[in-house]
Ligand binder design. Sequence first.
Ligand SMILES: C[S@@+](CC[C@H](N)C(=O)[O-])C[C@H]1O[C@@H](n2cnc3c(N)ncnc32)[C@H](O)[C@@H]1O
Ligand code: SF4
Ligand code: SF4
Length: 410
Amino acid sequence: MKKEKKGKQDRAGSSFEQMSKTRKLESIFLFVTGKCNAKCKMCFYADDMDMKEADLTFEEMRKLSETAGEFNRLWLSGGEPTLREDLPEIIEMFYKNNKVKDINMPTNGLKPDRVVEWVKRLRQSCPDCSITVSISLDGFGDTHDTQRGVPGNFYKAIETMQKLTENFKDDKKVLKNATTVITRYNVDEVLDFMMWMFGRFDTSTHTIEAARGETREDGVKVLTESSLKKLQDEMAPIYSAYADRMVKDDQGMRKFMTKFFFLGLIRTLYDVRASNIDKPTPWGMDCTAGETTLVVDYDGRFRSCELREPIGNVKDYGCDVMQIMHGEAMKNEVDEIGYGDKANCWCTHGCWIMSSIIFNPKKMIAKVFKGYRQTKKLSKPLTFEESFLQGLEAKYNLDREKLQKLNIVK
Ligand SMILES: C[S@@+](CC[C@H](N)C(=O)[O-])C[C@H]1O[C@@H](n2cnc3c(N)ncnc32)[C@H](O)[C@@H]1O
Ligand code: SF4
Ligand code: SF4
C-alpha cells in the first residue's frame, strides 16, 4: 500500500517528535557468508544459501564500511558467521570506520574455540564495543540436533556457552545470549529449556523467535496468537529472573530503570509479535525498516528488512551505502512499507519490532509501561535448585558425563 503524504508530515510535526530519535541508519544486518555447516529445518535463509553465489569480498565490504558513516549496530548473520575466515578483520574495520557500539554475532555454536578466540581478539581491538554472542539453542539434546540437522550440535552449542562464561565472566561488554526458534519440534519443551539454561549457565538473556518466513521444511510453524500469548505469559517469571541477574550489581534508580526497560520492552515486543502470528496486524507504530536499517545479503543483494524481497545489489551502487539508502529503490521500498496504521506490511520479526519501538518513543512508552506492569503481575519466584535441574536433565535424557566433562555440572 502506498504511504500517504499526510502520514509523513505527521511524523515530523510535533516538537516531541523532533526531540525523539532522528531516523537515520542505525543498524546494518550483514550476511557475511552464504556457507553453513548445519541444515536447520526452520531456516529462513535456506533458499538463499542454495543459490550458492559468491560471498561479498573483503574489498566490497571495505567500500560499504567506508561509505556508511557512523552507525550504532552491526548485526552479523548468514549462513554461519564463524565460517567467514576474515570476520574479525571485517568487524574491526566497521569499529574503526563506523564507530559501531554494538555487535551481534549469531552462531550455531559448532566452533566453540573459534568463537572464544575471536571474542578475545575483538575485546582487545574494539575495546569500546559491546559484543553479543547469540548462540542458537533450540531445545534439549536430541530436539536441538533434530531441528538443526546436525548430530552432536547441542553439546557443541552448550560448550560454546560454557567457554564464553568461563573466559568472560566479569566482562560486562561480552553478552551471552541464547536464542531459540520455536517450531513443532521444541514448542512443548521450550519453558523447561529456558529454565534449564538459566539455571545451568550465566546467560545474559534468552530470546525466543517464532519461526517465520520461508522455512526449509514445511509445517514447522505451529504457534497461534493464543498459544504464543500463553507461552509468553508463562515465560514472564523467567524474564524477571533475567532482569534480576542483569541488575545484581546495580543500585537505586539505575537498577529500577534497567529492569523497567528490559521487562517493559520485552513484553511490548512479545505483544506485538503475538498479534501478528496469525495475520499481519498494525504494530501501533511505524516499522522503520529501510530508514534505520539496511540488510545486505552475502552476495550483495540488499533489502530493507530480512523478510522483504531484495531490491537491488550493492555492487550496482559501487557498494556505496549512502547512495543505497538515498536511492530510488530504497525510497520506493519505504513508501511501499508505508507508515502508521496505513501500512500493510506487518510481521513477527523481533529485531525490527524492537528497533522500531526505539524510534517511536512517543507512541510506545505507554505500552512499555503497561508491559512492565503486566510482567511484574505475572512474575513469581522460581527455583533453580540442583535437584530441579537434575530432574530436567533426566527427563530430557541429557548425558551427565558429557555435562561433567564440559564443566557444566559437578
Ligand atoms: C540465519 S541464522 C544465522 C546465524 C547462525 N547460522 C545461527 O543459526 O545461529 C540467524 C538466526 O536466525 C534464526 N532463524 C533461523 N531460521 C529462522 C526462522 N525461520 N524464523 C526465525 N528465526 C530463524 C537462527 O536460529 C539464528 O538465531
Ligand atoms: S539457521 Fe543458521 S545454522 Fe541453521 S541452516 Fe540457517 S544459517 Fe545455518
Ligand atoms: S513490518 Fe516486518 S516485513 Fe514489514 S518492513 Fe517491517 S520488518 Fe519488514
